[in-house]
Design a protein around this ligand. Structure first.
Ligand code: UD1
Length: 427
């Protein structure tokens, strides 16, 4: 298995191009199942999860072509066309590897009137049920059965009707599934306490470009008036606010000065405010956001929350940053249980972190020491990279396939701003 080796201590300086957002790409791709016309997605990141989703679409009868991208370019253009659905089944062997596969449920049900999708099962950052996905679809008339580890959903008469659903807790994925399903319903579907993440706005904008009628975009109440058919569209995937925030943390811990090219400040206010809390200089530039730091980070107090709150997907990276901070930082994780798996690995590098239930106290230490560490999930892996960039000596990050799921050409981007980092291929 590949390894990433970092010799820490280099200050990051320069420009980092920000890729298309993984989490937006994974909800825009299934939109290709909603129409028989082509959906062209630009700025699609080159990531293992995006390739995996492409394969799933292929299994369902969607043809995908990648155009005009040279290996040295970031991002790709993919055209996906589902002239006819050849299957409405998302099998276990795909869904278990990629949780986001559950996002074909809504589109398949909307287009074909039926869908069979494997239950995703547990995952590294907790239990992650899908009950809200199913309840929202039921509110729109779907009949759902759980058998042998699969969800079987049917729309009586071949089409979902209208309905209302109030989410008891905010769920990004369930909001996405419900939106895609509702877009072709026969009637009006209302979603209350819907997720407001920028990726949801990106999905809504793409659906609207395909002919959907959605009101309340960017708010917690989304009203979708179903249409009889959707058409093709060309759509550009938004910039990855989590990737941008991750590199910002790397800049702060190395007392660097970077421009996150393509990042949008209005989509990552909570992250930028947390960076300012840490003492960083954060300013919008013509082409992105500049983040600069001198000296050790101030302690931060951060609690994760649905958007516009501080993102759970940024918690591990800020924690890594705080390990070399001036005092004690306090983190509270409210979205997922078991999302502190980076802590024992960071401890191997000399960090002082005390986890008590959902909270963690990080006491800044004077230096970190490089060590062999193991990536456990995507964002946890990035926290190890961030710590490694500032640690004395060599850090070897193992199990880098987690990083390949979500960071496009990580080592190239970091090398270009001065990091001493390389990938050792397993042959
Ligand atoms: C998405 C993101 C992930 C991010 C998360 C929260 C993608 C591909 N993934 O995941 O990176 O960390 O949002 O911002 O976009 N819940 C239920 N029942 C459900 C669904 C969710 O109880 O049916 C709970 C979850 O266990 C969790 C909370 O709701 O506690 C939020 O999860 P959710 O927003 O659904 O996360 P994902 O969409 O899986």
């Amino acid at each position: 298995m590949d390894q990433i080796v970092i010799r820490g201590g280099q200050r990051l300086k320069g420009r980092i191009p920000i890729s298309g957002a993984k989490n937006a790409a994974l909800t825009l791709l299934p939109c290709a199942l909603l129409t028989d016309e082509p959906l062209t997605l630009r700025n699609l990141p080159r990531l293992a999860d995006v390739d995996g989703f492409g394969h799933l679409l292929n299994q369902l009868g969607c043809s995908t072509t990648i155009e005009g991208s040279r290996p040295e370019d970031f991002g790709r253009v993919m055209t996906a066309r589902t002239t006819t659905l050849t299957s409405t089944i998302a099998p276990y062997d795909i869904v278990r590897k990629m949780r986001a596969s559950i996002l074909v449920l809504g589109p398949l049900l909307a287009r074909a009137g039926e869908a069979t999708v494997s239950l995703p099962g547990g995952c590294a950052i907790g239990n992650r049920p899908i009950d809200l996905h199913l309840k929202a679809l039921e509110a729109f008339g779907a009949q759902i059965e759980l058998t042998s580890g699969y969800v079987k959903a049917v729309a009586p008469g071949g089409r979902l009707g209208g309905g209302k659903f109030t989410f008891p807790v905010v769920s990004v994925g369930a909001t996405e599934n419900a939106l895609m399903a509702a877009s072709l319903a026969k009637g009006t579907c209302v979603l209350k306490n819907a997720a407001r993440e920028p990726e949801i706005v990106d999905l809504c904008n793409c659906l609207v470009a395909m002919g959907a009628h959605i009101d309340g975009i960017g708010t917690e109440t989304l009203t979708v008036e179903g249409v009889d058919r959707l058409h093709g569209a060309t759509y550009r995937v938004m910039a990855d606010r989590i990737e941008a925030g991750s590199y910002a943390c790397a800049a702060v811990i190395t007392e660097g000065d970077v421009e996150l090219v393509g990042a949008k400040a209005d989509e990552m206010e909570a992250t930028l405010s947390a960076l300012r809390q840490a003492g960083a200089t954060v300013e919008e530039t013509k082409t992105g956001i500049r983040v600069a730091m001198s000296g050790r980070a101030e302690p931060v107090t951060l609690s994760t929350a649905p958007y516009p709150g501080f993102a759970t997907d940024m918690q591990a990276q800020f924690m890594a940053m705080a390990t070399l901070g001036k005092g004690a930082s306090l983190f509270t994780e409210t979205i997922f249980e078991n999302r502190y798996m980076h802590v024992p690995e960071l401890a191997r590098m000399g960090c002082d972190i005390d986890v008590r239930g959902r909270s963690a106290v990080v006491r800044g230490v004077d230096h970190l020491v490089g060590a062999p560490v193991m990536a456990t999930d995507l964002r946890a892996s990035m926290s190890l990279i961030i710590a490694g960039l500032a640690a004395e000596g060599t850090t070897e990050v193992n199990r880098v396939y987690h990083l390949d799921r979500g960071y496009e050409r990580l080592e190239e981007k970091l090398q270009a701003v001065g990091a001493d980092i390389e990938r050792i291929s397993a042959g």
